[in-house]
Design a protein around this ligand. Structure first.
Ligand SMILES: [Zn+2]
Ligand SMILES: [Zn+2]
Length: 671
């Protein structure tokens, strides 16, 4: 049988999740990726392959320095604190790293220097003199996080030197208007400094070959990367001026490796640490000659780093290249919205565990994420109703129920044993066939499909049980009743084997019940005349109440006054607000929200379309003075021209017009 053959040629895997950054807690987005990776590794181990799951904290760079400064501790203290919290969080979700290390290690320094010298020796590194902000007061260069100013794009104040948190624009620190040093608030000066750049373009052919003519990436991602390569590969700056929390560059005093150089090297150095502790040879994992498959799991925000910079670093130093890079999407909340702190939908791992009262909450989340994950980079929507539904339908009602009714029946009529007898061949063969498909789904990270197949097999089992009516058979044909029990017990065990990488703790209960730890081969029917443990329910159903405080609705109310980021007076003065009188108002056909208004702005007649019909009748507002935005670009709404916008206050369904406190002539300016 093919299943047995597979075990003979064991495949070696080195599997990674992206390194979480050490300046904050693990959130549910991290958990998605860790669960995706962990399932893959657990599956490989289950089928008898050798797999090592490697991860670490990414600890360097200015955000760490800034966070530590705010807490009045050293960066080292910060990363130690965070490290312990990260370990706790991952553990709570059953993430079974073989090693979780740190990039602030001797091993990482060693490999960073090694890769750097290879890049240098291969002629990939050039020096460029650039002008950078420098603070005369603090006597230091100011990297992007040490400098703030006005966003060149949207004019928002107090934005960092690399990206605007308001409009999302990215830019150079020198593009900021009115820049200032975050340490002393003084304006910086420009000063020349030498920096190191990796000329990626020299490896363009290599990258085209490696990424585009292989199956390292899924098609959709390949197309992305192709547009980057086609657009021309830019030189990549890998140095930062000191002081910087990171590794000093060997031949460049007071210059440090940019955090993105040594972060992915953490994959190698953590493997090294694991090898040291487990008496293994790193060459078996990272040398070009090794047969180990290197598999990365990453989010779609760091594809650039992993598909362009990283392969060039590895290739130049003659390390193994990734065999697969699986890219997942972002986790969104309830209906596709980005998880957001102000809306209370940005959930830390610790918050989840604290807020969801169910004792199996962590395992349920693994199952739910599993049921949504495939090898596509599409975003994942966290929907509480769907979550409850999937847990209860598949785990509780389907598999849990089949398991429970089977063991209770065996306990009652067969002396707490799976009886001795044959099983239903049709079902046994179905399991073998589906087992092959599930095997391939797991290898392709199609967990969604794995769970669908498991659910379908659970349905088959329940229907078989129901149709066979063992409670009637037991009265007059005990042998036939035995066949039903042998079949159902074997089927439940098969489902347990299939589910084991996804919900290991739940399956543990089954293993205790059946008196044996499951390996992949155990999905094939073989059980008869086996003593069962005490019947125990696999899962307690998930109630709506269990999840009611997950997105902290009560906090949401308090926070519903979300004042927009401040603007300066100039931005406000750009808006021309005027008093206007409503001369005429009428309903717009086929719209229950819109009114068409004719207004007078100091002698100028205009038409505007306003969404106030549910709160005001046309006749009730004629003659009223209102405030309008007079310089708004005209637009067409429902085929009707609208030349301006009126001001109204809104709270849920309640709406009121803003009206001058006493009569004042129309056209008056509002400021
Ligand atoms: Zn901006
Ligand atoms: Zn300063």
């Amino acid at each position: 049988m093919t299943i047995i053959n597979r075990k003979k040629n064991t495949q070696m895997y080195l599997v990674t999740s992206a390194l979480p950054y050490a300046n904050g807690d693990i959130h549910l987005g991290h958990i998605v990726e860790a669960v995706q990776t962990d399932i893959f590794v657990r599956f490989q181990k289950l089928v008898g392959n050798h797999a090592v799951y490697v991860c670490a904290d990414d600890t360097h760079g200015t955000p760490i320095e800034v966070s530590a400064m705010k807490l009045k501790i050293t960066p080292q203290e910060l990363i130690e604190r965070v490290y312990n919290r990260h370990i706790e969080d991952y553990k709570a979700f059953g993430i079974n790293f073989d090693i979780f290390y740190t990039t602030n290690s001797n091993e990482n320094k060693y490999y960073a220097e090694k890769i750097y010298s290879s890049l240098r020796n291969k002629g990939l590194i050039i020096e460029k003199k650039i002008s950078q902000y420098y603070c005369e007061h603090d006597k230091r260069f100011l990297p992007d996080r040490f400098i703030k100013g006005i966003c060149p794009s949207c004019k928002a104040e107090d934005q960092y030197g690399d990206v605007c948190e308001i409009c999302g624009a990215t830019y150079e620190p020198t593009d900021l208007k009115s820049p200032y040093c975050i340490l002393c608030k003084n304006p910086p000066v420009l000063k020349e400094s030498v920096h190191l750049y990796v000329q990626l373009s020299k490896y363009e052919n290599f990258l085209r070959n490696y990424i585009l003519s292989s199956d390292v990436l899924a098609e959709e991602m390949k197309n992305f990367v192709k547009t980057w390569i086609d657009g021309g590969l830019k030189d990549w700056c890998i140095s930062r001026d000191g002081p910087y929390f990171g590794f000093e560059i060997p031949d460049m005093p007071n210059k440090f490796f940019y955090v993105w150089l040594d972060a992915p090297i953490g994959y190698i150095s953590s493997t090294q640490k694991w090898c040291n502790e487990n008496n293994k040879n790193i060459d078996d994992y990272w040398s070009k000659k090794s047969n180990t498959k290197l598999i990365h799991f990453i989010g779609k925000d760091i594809v650039y780093f992993h598909t362009l910079f990283w392969p060039v670093m590895l290739e130049s130093a003659e390390f193994k290249l990734p065999s697969k890079i699986f890219v997942h999407g972002f986790l969104n909340a309830e209906g596709g919205e980005k998880m957001s702190k102000s809306r209370g939908t940005f959930i830390q791992a610790k918050d989840y565990l604290e807020r969801v009262k169910h004792p199996q909450s962590a395992e349920f989340l693994r199952f739910y994420f599993g049921s949504k994950l495939s090898n596509s980079a599409e975003d994942i929507d966290f929907n509480t109703n769907e979550f409850i539904n999937r847990i209860n339908t598949v785990l509780s009602n389907n598999i849990g129920n089949l398991h429970h009714r089977t063991v209770v029946f065996c306990q009652r009529y067969f002396n707490n044993e799976i009886p001795d007898g044959p099983w239903d061949n049709e079902i046994a063969e179905k399991i073998i066939k589906e087992g092959e498909a599930i095997f391939s789904d797991y290898n392709n990270v199609m967990y969604k499909s794995v769970i669908e197949r498991i659910q379908e097999l659970g349905n088959v089992g329940n229907k078989y049980y129901q149709d066979s009516k063992p409670w009637e058979l037991i009265k007059n044909d005990i042998n036939k009743a035995a066949i039903v029990m042998v079949t159902c017990a074997n089927l439940v065990r098969s489902l347990g084997v299939f589910l084991k990488p996804i919900v290991p703790s739940i399956v543990k209960k089954l293993e205790v019940q059946y008196g044996k730890e499951f390996s992949w081969e155990d999905h094939v029917f073989s059980l008869r005349k086996v003593k069962l443990g005490e019947p125990e329910k696999l899962v307690q159903p998930l109630e709506k109440d269990d999840l009611s405080s997950l997105f902290k609705k009560e906090d949401l109310k308090e926070k519903s006054i979300n004042i927009n980021k401040e603007i300066d007076i100039k931005e406000f003065q750009n808006i021309d607000l005027r008093v206007a009188e409503i001369k005429h108002a009428e309903k717009i056909e086929k719209s229950d929200k819109l009114l068409k208004l004719q207004i007078d702005i100091g002698g100028e007649l205009r038409q505007i379309v306003a969404g106030i019909a549910q709160n005001y009748s046309p006749e009730s507002i004629i003659g009223k003075k209102i405030i309008v935005v007079a310089n708004l670009k005209s637009t067409i709404i429902r085929g009707i021209k609208s030349e301006g916008m009126l001001l109204a206050a809104k709270n849920k369904n309640d709406l009121c017009l803003i009206i001058p406190e006493k009569d004042i002539s129309s056209g008056s300016k509002v400021s």
